[in-house]
Design a protein around this ligand. Sequence first.
Ligand SMILES: *Cc1c(COP(=O)(O)O)cnc(C)c1O
Length: 453
Amino acid sequence: MMHDYTDDTEALADEIVRFARWRTRLDPIPLGRARTDEELTQLVGPTVTPAGIGGHRALELFRDVLAPSCLSVDYTKYLSFVPAAPTEAAILFDLVVGAFSIYGGSWIEGSGAAHAENEALRWLLDLAGLDDSAGGVFVPGGTVGNLSALVGARGAAEARLAAEGRGRPDRWAFVTSKTAHSSVPSAARVMDADVIAVDVDDRRRLTGPVVAEALDAHGDRIAGVVATAGTTNLGVIDDLRAIGEVCHERDVFFHVDAAYGGAALAAPAARELFDGIELADSIIIDPHKWLFAPFDCCALLWRDPDQARAVHAQHADYLAFLDAYGDWNPSDFAIHLTRRSRGLPFWFSLATYGTDAYADAVQVTLDLAVEAGRRIEAAEHLNLVWPPELSIVVFERVGWEADQYQTWSEKMLEDGSAFVVPSRHDGKPVFRFCFVNPRTTIAEIDQIIDALV
Ligand SMILES: *Cc1c(COP(=O)(O)O)cnc(C)c1O
């Protein structure tokens, strides 16, 4: 019964597709707001019951209560954290991916999907300047991407020490900056490794000399170096070329966390900011952030996929069959086995609109950040703290304490008029705009600036 396609299923299919279409075309998109669990329990009632409540009723509850109790990350004045703005084609194709029951982990089970995902990955690899022998895989997010990359780095370090007839250190360590994303220390904790977080320069960039110094001081303990191409708080890009050269000289694995910023590789005018990224042994870029893909989608790119496979591939009697078919099992390149072909909505969108449209859309958000910076500079009640290097602008509300920042943000959220939350810079509260949505207008930025008077 549950697996029969009946007239009821047909009616439900119509309803669901109509509903998804309505949301995709919705304009303007409302912000939504959080409710307490008590409120939700009261509004929704029991839903998981022995007899079921029926798809129609469940969809109604989702439409009327559950969905409006979630924030829309694609709301045009959602400028906190790193928002998202999936394209129409990507959203619609996400529905299709679910319908097809593809096992995206192995070539024999998902060759067509893997081929398409690899096309999308190839575009990113080309933008980064990695050659034909490079490859990658889509993982759920930057956190899993960074962890998989660091595990790969440790594997490479282990192999190098073994080849030289030396044993592994008592404790591994990674060199990165104090401004690296929280997922980097988190990955190190998972691996029971240390993070050597070195200072950044006055432009808040990790530079070659401090990395060289840390490598010299810690020797064989170092499993790899992590640079950031677009820090989450400020959008700063580390000195990738100098760091990459230091790593190459010492044969140390070089990982670039470009989860947020890597999207700007698509904009020709911004490409030079990433000079040296082509020296990376691994890179992550989240298409679910600034490349207009739905959650969850992070591209993990490897210079040497064979080395990544040696570290990550799972082996078992019940998996041996897969090894005989093709040499590209996506599962082999990160920490996962079963996987959704989560790169497909991104691929479909790239195929639909073309890469020029991506270059244009990213440029629109870069320009928006520059213009927002100008408006902030011109506003007497605001103080521009960090002009945009990518699409992040950081500023102070002159005269406000931390609790005033917090109260204002909560009020704006409650009113549904913007989602702009405070962050901190040099110990002081600041506001931060992060632009990834080409639909955001400068008039909307003016509204927010006016609401801060
Ligand atoms: C967002 C972000 C991450 C984590 O990515 P998730 O997809 O949220 O797991 C890692 N690094 C940087 C620089 C980021 O901005």
